[in-house]
Design a protein around this ligand. Structure first.
Ligand SMILES: NC(=O)c1ccc[n+]([C@@H]2O[C@H](COP(=O)([O-])OP(=O)(O)OC[C@H]3O[C@@H](n4cnc5c(N)ncnc54)[C@H](O)[C@@H]3O)[C@@H](O)[C@H]2O)c1
Length: 326
């Protein structure tokens, strides 16, 4: 079996590719990775040389290339996206192009070749913001940022290919991920690497925003359950991490890095900043047997240790961002 995994030179896709390439992975599938290697992708995330891995550098909007790769694949797990909310606020064009048109290009190819399941990896941010309680999968979509609006658009297009054409599409919506290999512009690796370098960390507003933090490997476990046991045309929320305000998270990161609150710089809040996300993941639990396995305290300590021990991975990526902004 050949699984086409898009965007697997990035954070979550690369962890998912590792799961499929593990020696004990059921069916030992071949894995074809399609990734454009944008600023967010790096070959250092991939197990190049693994006998079951093929890497193809390319764009999911390139219809000819996508057609060829999908024709050779039995299944698709689609991660490739522009994923950073702040970047979508300063410029949304790449988000619409990759997240919407790129997804549609992949779906068209899957339809031509009858390829499925097609797992479309999405986010809880499509639901908007919720003060209390948690969203079930049938909650109306009310995305607020250009990033989440582009993801919501791609979810709807993916589901329309199931309803209109009967394509075996399955959608996952997950809460915030943390873990090794996350690009150091996202809050946890940004704060940890800044603290390790003796710099300050920028906290938005008063740090009141609440996020549910899930270990990346728990997310990948949930995606794989959806691929192997999920039902066509269904959406599955994946959550069950730990809810924290950004202020609480900052306190934990300061403590883990042996730093004080004088290292925190309060910056103007993000435009349209959603206050709280919370998914109801009982459907994935009851139907697929999904359960997060990582406890947050241990997972965070391991993540901080990984960044401390892997400067050679993140220093060039941080330099890339600094040069891009100069
Ligand atoms: N990070 C989170 O907390 C989180 C939570 C829920 C859902 N998601 C979703 O999971 C997916 C992966 O997120 P991530 O955090 O790993 O992202 P990431 O930014 O780390 O990686 C994205 C990857 O996609 C590639 N890519 C971008 N545009 C491409 C294009 N046009 N063609 C081919 N490849 C392209 C990049 O090179 C990169 O390797 C995204 O779809 C995101 O919306 C992320």
């Amino acid at each position: 079996m050949n699984v086409l995994v898009t965007g697997a030179a990035g954070f979550i896709g690369s962890r998912y590719a590792r799961l499929l390439l593990a020696p004990d992975a059921p069916d030992a599938p071949r894995v074809t990775v399609l990734d454009k290697l944008t600023y967010a992708g790096t070959l250092d995330n991939l197990e190049l040389g693994h006998p079951r891995l093929e890497f193809v550098q390319g764009d999911i909007c390139d219809a000819e290339l996508v057609d060829k790769l999908v024709a050779d694949a039995d299944q698709v797990v689609h991660f490739a996206a522009e994923s950073h909310v702040d970047r979508s606020i300063t410029g949304a064009a790449d988000f619409v192009r990759t997240n919407v048109l790129g997804t549609q290009t992949l779906l068209d190819a899957a339809l031509r070749h009858g390829t499925g399941p097609f797992v479309h990896v999405s986010t809880d941010e499509v639901y908007g913001s919720i003060e209390s309680g948690s969203w079930p999968e049938d909650h109306p979509l009310q995305p607020n940022s250009p990033y989440s609006a582009s993801k919501a658009s791609s979810d709807l297009i993916a589901l329309s290919y199931h309803r209109t054409h009967g394509l075996d599409v399955r959608v996952t919506r997950c809460s915030n991920n943390y873990g090794p290999h996350q690009f150091p512009e996202k809050v946890i690796p940004l704060f940890v690497t800044n603290l390790l370098d003796g710099h300050k960390v920028p906290l938005y507003g008063e740090g009141r925003n609440v996020r549910d933090w899930l270990h990346v490997d728990d997310h990948c476990q949930g995606i794989d359950l959806v691929r192997t046991k999920g039902r066509p045309g269904e959406v599955y929320n994946i959550g069950g991490g730990t809810e924290l305000t950004n202020r609480e998270l900052t306190g934990l990161l300061l403590q883990a890095c042996g730093a004080d609150w004088d290292r925190v710089e309060y910056v103007e809040d993000r435009k349209g900043h959603d206050l709280r996300y919370s998914v109801d993941w009982s459907k994935a639990r009851d139907e697929l047997g999904y359960r997060p396995r990582h406890d947050f305290t241990g997972g965070l300590a391991d993540t901080v240790a990984w960044y401390r021990d892997n400067r050679a991975w993140w220093e060039p990526l941080k330099r890339r961002v600094t040069e891009e902004r100069a």
